[in-house]
Structures are given as C-alpha cells and as structure tokens.
Design a protein around this ligand. Sequence first.
Ligand code: CUA
Length: 339
Amino acid sequence: MGERSVGPRSPGQKQVLFLLLVLLSILATGCAEQAPLDYLNHPEGPVAQRQDELWDIVFAVATVIFVLVEGLLVYTIIRYRQKPGRKAAQFHGNTKAEVVLTLIPALILAGIAVPTVRAIFDLAEEPAGAIPITVVGKQFWWEYEYTEHDVITANELHIPVGRPVRLRIEGTDVIHSFWIPRLGGKQDVVPGRINYLTLEASEPGEYLGQCTEFCGLSHANMRLKVFAHPMEEWLDWVADQQQPATVDLASEGAKLFFEGTCVNCHAISGTDASARSGPDLTHFGSRTTFAGALFENNRDNLRRWLADPPREKPGALMPDYGLSAQEIDALIEFLLSLE
Ligand code: CUA
C-alpha cells in the first residue's frame, strides 16, 4: 500500500472534485428558462397531458426503486467493507433470493404496463372529428397537405385549438422524426411507411418542433413551428390559403422565377408552377420563417439564402445559382408579394 498525502488536494480528492464539477455542469444544463422544447411538466394539450401523466407514474416508481436499490447498495458497501481479519462468506446461488428478485421486477413491470398499454391504444385511435393533414418529411423541411381543405404549405403548421388533428406521416428520402414536444407529438417518418399521430392544442400559441432523427447535414436545422388558433381564426387562415396566389407575372422577379430554374422545384397555386420537390411557395409572404423554419422570413435572410443556400444551411438541396444582387432583390420582392 502506498502512502497517501494528507493535503487538501490529494489525488483522490481531485478526482472527487472533478466528478462533482462534471455532475454540476450536467445539472446546470437543465436550468434554461427560455426552453420552448422542454416538455416535462409542460403538456399543452390532451395528448401531451396523457403522456405526461404516464411519465409521472413511471418516474415515481423509478424513484422509489432507485432510492431503495442504491440505499441498500451503499449500506452494504459500508457495512460489509473489508476489515482486517474478516473473511468474506462464500456461497453459490440462492434459489429463494433469485425467485424473489425476478418476481418483484416482473410485478412492477406488469403494473406499469397496465396504464402504459392503455394509453398507447387510446392515443393510437383516431378521434372523431379530427382534421386530416398529411405531413411529409424531406431533407431538410416539412410539407403539410390539408387534404380536406386543398391547402399545401411548408414548415409552419396551423391548427385550430380544441380540435384534434390527425397527421398522416410520410417520408420520401431518409428517416426523419416529427416532434413537437409540448403537444406530445413524436413519430418517425419512414420512407415507404405511413405512420399516424394525433395532436391537439388546448391553448392558442406557438409551439416549436424539431426533426429528431439524424437525417443528414442539416438535421439540426430541420425545424418546424405550430400555430394554434381559435377556430374562427383558423378558418380564416384556411380561407386565405385556399386562394390562389396573386402574382404579378410582368414583374422582374416573376420572370426570373418562371423562366429560370425555380419553377422546376417549387409550386405556386394558380400558376403553371406545380413541382413538389421544394416547398410550395403559394403564400410564402405570409410565413414567419423559411428553410425548415430555420430563418426568420425577412429581406436580409432571404438575400443571404438566395446568394448561396447550402452555405446558409449545409446539405440544402437548393443549389447556388450564382444570382446577381439585382436578380436576388427582384426575387425577394416577388417572394414576399406571395401573401
Ligand atoms: Cu430530418 Cu433529422
């Protein structure tokens, strides 16, 4: 046995101090005040509420188990620590202990399974009167099609308060995951599969979401926003979206759009532009954000974006078209006129 120093900073103490600092910094990451993606204890609708209740049950059970098991462990380590002259007891197997230690966890799991399975089945059911919306996850943005209302939009999802929406979730390229933490929604987007998710907001407001399955360079930049409106307001929004775009075809920006390459990927309803590989731009000017809800929709951001999309958002499929400053300004005017 080596001699141990007794100074205030012995190697053992340093390690303990280091571990404590690591633990403290991990704990500190949970202290953010402005954290719109925090969802524990922030359920904002009946789906999220149901999930939160389930979490509360499981957390309570897990806490009791943690305290019991760790308490016993620490007690045993201290009580039966090595002492000079004491020999450890030697034995092999203990059927009684093994049966008990298998039965207790099995019973706990069976108990937790009852509310869990019930919630899974309840939430999987399509509620009556739900509004159907098809969500398509693409690298790196979201397309929404309001199938009953003939509306297609991107990244910003508008829903009415107090009415469930039934999302049919599809993918075209790689696996994504659609997640709006405070509304309790998370569902994988799997190419070739159709998944469903029910959401409902109880209060009007903005809810942020995020792709939560690594899907390429701009996975972290694949965001989304949900706007929950009172029903009347939502119906007005739908009516606005149903209008074809008001397009000044004689403008310089429109010429660039329809005679250039933009039209090969983007749709504008009421015009010849009907491609679906990029976001539908029919009412682009009415959106608060663009490019996977990553940038606020304003002239400065659009200027930077149009100058070189993949520089602003790595992996973006829209290439740098080498547009001149004048062309960019004309396109910005055109895009913002699409209200
Ligand atoms: Cu899409 Cu990550």
